[in-house]
Design a protein around this ligand. Sequence first.
Ligand SMILES: NC(=O)c1ccc[n+]([C@@H]2O[C@H](COP(=O)([O-])OP(=O)(O)OC[C@H]3O[C@@H](n4cnc5c(N)ncnc54)[C@H](O)[C@@H]3O)[C@@H](O)[C@H]2O)c1
Length: 335
Amino acid sequence: MEKVRIGLIGCGGRQGAHMNSFEQMDDVAVVAVCDPVAERAEKAAAKFGAKRIYKDAADLFAHEDKTTLDALVIAIEPTAHIGVEEAAVEKGIPFIVEKPMTLDLNQAEKLAKAIEEKNLITCVGFQDRYLDLIEIIKDELPKHKAGGLVYGAWIGGIPGVWWWQKKFTCGGQLVEQNIHLLDGLRYLYGEPLSVYATCSRGIVEPGVDAKPEYDTDDHSTAVIRFKNNVTATLVSACYSKDIRPNCGYVITMPDMVMDYRLRNNLIIKTAHETRDIDRQVDQTLLLDQAFVNAVKTGDPSYVRSPYGDALKSLKVAFACNESMETGKVIYFEEK
Ligand SMILES: NC(=O)c1ccc[n+]([C@@H]2O[C@H](COP(=O)([O-])OP(=O)(O)OC[C@H]3O[C@@H](n4cnc5c(N)ncnc54)[C@H](O)[C@@H]3O)[C@@H](O)[C@H]2O)c1
């Protein structure tokens, strides 16, 4: 395959980051695009000289198949995943899909099964798995006595997209946004044993600080237990306005503290030294390159977060929501 022919489904904010990658890659050609917002589709098509512009995913699938497209990048809102990935699987076209892949667990489970049966290459947009700073943490952890506390935080404002204002359309901040740090915890520590989570509203005033329809949580806290005496507290908040605390992880071990500042730098402290390491890579570019390499070679191992693995992070995030609703601890394995 000379150039990997790519179709874009959804041409909103996040697709912009994938488009930046493809502009830097010689081995891809974006040949088809679609978005119900025609200007977005046209703008994306113009960037790449793509001639095939469709009104939505269904329209694209009515005209395209694996003889015309080698891969798809799906970046649509969490509740828009209606028959989109199913069509890609049916037609056997490998795809990147953004997290959260859907808010419907039943759909995600069926898709994961179908993807596995077809052996289809997939990649979920967990960009941090390709981040150099996360690689450093992953290399460092096994050199120390296992166990300790991890504080994870994503505290910011309300993203500008319309669908973020309602929990029904975004899934809540943990599912939509802090799932990045949640997936990172799984990447570093393996499968969780249990979660307990709480949430709160009342700081953000609908119609004043947010759109009148705002009804998602202002903040939540999840306590996630892992094997080897690791317990993580993952906090999410969207009420910040002018000033924000550090986000990322603080990983505490008996002989080291790793202070990872979200996608920016990593401060490693021991009794004898402090090292401050800046991020050197564009992790979304690395994710896109990994996926394209997988498509070109047929080797799925380039991808660090295939659909089936990402589903495990989605399930943990949904379990946190369940715990927020019921007040119960959700156990995944032994108590
Ligand atoms: N990996 C990351 O770091 C990251 C960052 C931001 C957003 N995201 C995720 O990316 C997804 C999209 O977020 P966004 O910020 O780009 O949202 P957005 O609202 O800016 O863009 C979504 C686009 O999808 C289009 N769309 C909806 N249904 C469609 C369909 N059936 N066919 C074609 N296009 C359709 C919409 O018209 C819109 O233009 C979300 O799941 C979000 O959580 C991931």
